[in-house]
Each structure stands twice: as structure tokens, then as C-alpha cells.
Write a protein that binds this ligand. Structure first.
Ligand code: KIV
Length: 268
């Protein structure tokens, strides 16, 4: 079976076909998600919180990201492998190029994801000139949690929404192959998805994004503490015949494809 590529995902957006993405951190889950038809596996730096038990994603290192990417790469054969640049691994374009190179050469990443808008334009240009596919993460930026004062919805007022909208267009122009929008009002998610030609992945960004992503442990209901509003426990939905983790992942894929997830209660 051939691997999904950025071209496959672009064609899906062009056809109006919904794309599914989940985070993965190890080989067994990667294999299960692959078999369930998830198109993108994100080795997210959320692993700092859900695997390592830290309060934020900030302490995660590049070596740790490479290790988890290697594990996920061994378990998956079909999904596109997208990997987060950890905090400060992309502090300037030169360092970002080195970090992305290691994630691809040593880890097996097919695409890197980095957080930030206008400040990342030069880096996005540099990476894409070197043939590295980039997903730019906008809206709530977990690596900026201390500057943002917490994990809060972004782009609620007119100026903030305009900044995110302009950043999205500028990042596409700089060569980004994909965007990820986290925790923004559903209307903004819809507008940006319509206005850019590249696929837009949403998490807490409404049902009209081209793709949806969730943190795997949130959608399996095993993250300790309160589940974020935008997430959903797909294990608790189980009915006879479709229970267990594989059933939950299949329900997630079906719900994204049919447009029934995210529903109103998951949006801002
Ligand atoms: O690290 C991660 O898992 C992410 C998701 C929240 C999209 O970036």
C-alpha cells in the first residue's frame, strides 16, 4: 500500500473529501490508526503532557521527538507522518532547517509542523525551498502558553481574527503545504478553509475545516483531568460490535467523514 502524501491530501481537499488526523506516539497505536484509515498521524509535542506527564509541551526535546517519530514510523505504512518541531527547535530559519532535517533523516517524518504566524514566514520559505513539507499551526499556540496566559480561544475579536486570517494567507504564499487551526471560532475556521487553497486541519476550529485532528488520549477518554471542550470521548459512545479502541477510532473516522464531528457543543 502506498503512503499518503501532501499531493493526496491536496486532491482530497480539492474533491471536498474530509481528512482525518490523530496524534500517535508509538508503534502499536500507529498501526491501529493506520488500519482504521486515519490519513495523517501527528507525532505531536503534546506527548510532553500525555506521555511524560508534564504541565506544558515546552520541555520536550528534539531527540525525544525523533525517538517517538521512529516508533510511529515503524508501525505505520499508509498514513502521512507529520511531526511537531518542539519548542525552540525552530528558533531561527537555520536551526529550523537542521531540526527538520533530523526529524526526516533520523525519524522518518514526511512533514513538519511549526507554531506561529508572520514570525515563521522566513522559516517556512527556507524549509519548503529545501523540499520539506510544512504545516503551519495558528490560533492557540501551546508553546506560547505563558505569553497567552493559558489555553484560551484565540481570534475572538476583529483584530485578532484579521491577524490569523492574514497570517494564513501569508504562510500559504510562503510555501506552507497545510495549516492547522487550534481553538478559534467556527466561523473563522470556515472562512480560512475557504480562502486558502491548501488543506486546513482544525482542532476546536469548527466543522468546516478540511480536516480534523484530536489528541489520541483525549478521544480515548484516558487523559487525566478535564477533557477540552473541542474533544470527544469516542470510547464511551461504543455499542455492541464496535467497542474497544479500534471501534472508537473507526467511529471517529466515520464521524469526521460524515461531518457529524465536530458538533455544536465542540465549537466556539
Ligand atoms: O501536539 C499536538 O498534539 C498538537 C495538536 C494539539 C494539534 O499540536
Amino acid at each position: 500500500m502506498s503512503r499518503i502524501t501532501v499531493t493526496t491530501l491536496q486532491a482530497m481537499k480539492n474533491r471536498g473529501e474530509k481528512i482525518t488526523c490523530l496524534t500517535a506516539y508509538d508503534s502499536s497505536f500507529a498501526s491501529l490508526l493506520d488500519d482504521a484509515g486515519v490519513e495523517i498521524l501527528l507525532v505531536g509535542d503534546s506527548l510532553g503532557m500525555v506521555i511524560q506527564g508534564r504541565d506544558t509541551t515546552l520541555p520536550v526535546t528534539l531527540d525525544e521527538m525523533i525517538y517517538h517519530t521512529q516508533c510511529v514510523a515503524r508501525g505505520s505504512h499508509r498514513a502521512l507522518l507529520m511531526v511537531d518541531m518542539p519548542f525552540m527547535a525552530d528558533a531561527d530559519p537555520r536551526q529550523a532547517l537542521q531540526s527538520a532535517g533530523r526529524l526526516m533523516k533520523e525519524g522518518g517524518a514526511q512533514m513538519v509542523k511549526l507554531e506561529g504566524g508572520a514570525m515563521q514566514l522566513e522559516t517556512v520559505r527556507r524549509l519548503t525551498e529545501h523540499g520539506i513539507p510544512v504545516c503551519a499551526h495558528l490560533g492557540l499556540l501551546p508553546q506560547s502558553v505563558h505569553k497567552l496566559g493559558g489555553y484560551k480561544v484565540q481570534g475572538r475579536d476583529v483584530q485578532a481574527a484579521a491577524r490569523i486570517r492574514n497570517d494564513a494567507l501569508a504562510l500559504q504564499e510562503a510555501g506552507a503545504d497545510m495549516l492547522l487551526l487550534e481553538c478559534v471560532p467556527a466561523v473563522l475556521g470556515a472562512e480560512i478553509s475557504q480562502n486558502v487553497s491548501i488543506p486546513v486541519i482544525g482542532i476546536g476550529a469548527g466543522p468546516d475545516c478540511d480536516a480534523q485532528v484530536l489528541v489520541l488520549y483525549d478521544m480515548l477518554g484516558i487523559t487525566p483531568g478535564k477533557r477540552p471542550r473541542f474533544s470527544h470521548d469516542f470510547v464511551s459512545d461504543s455499542e455492541a460490535g464496535s467497542c474497544g479502541i479500534a471501534g472508537a477510532v473507526r467511529r471517529y473516522v466515520e464521524a469526521v467523514k460524515s461531518g457529524s464531528f465536530p458538533a455544536e457543543q465542540h465549537c466556539f
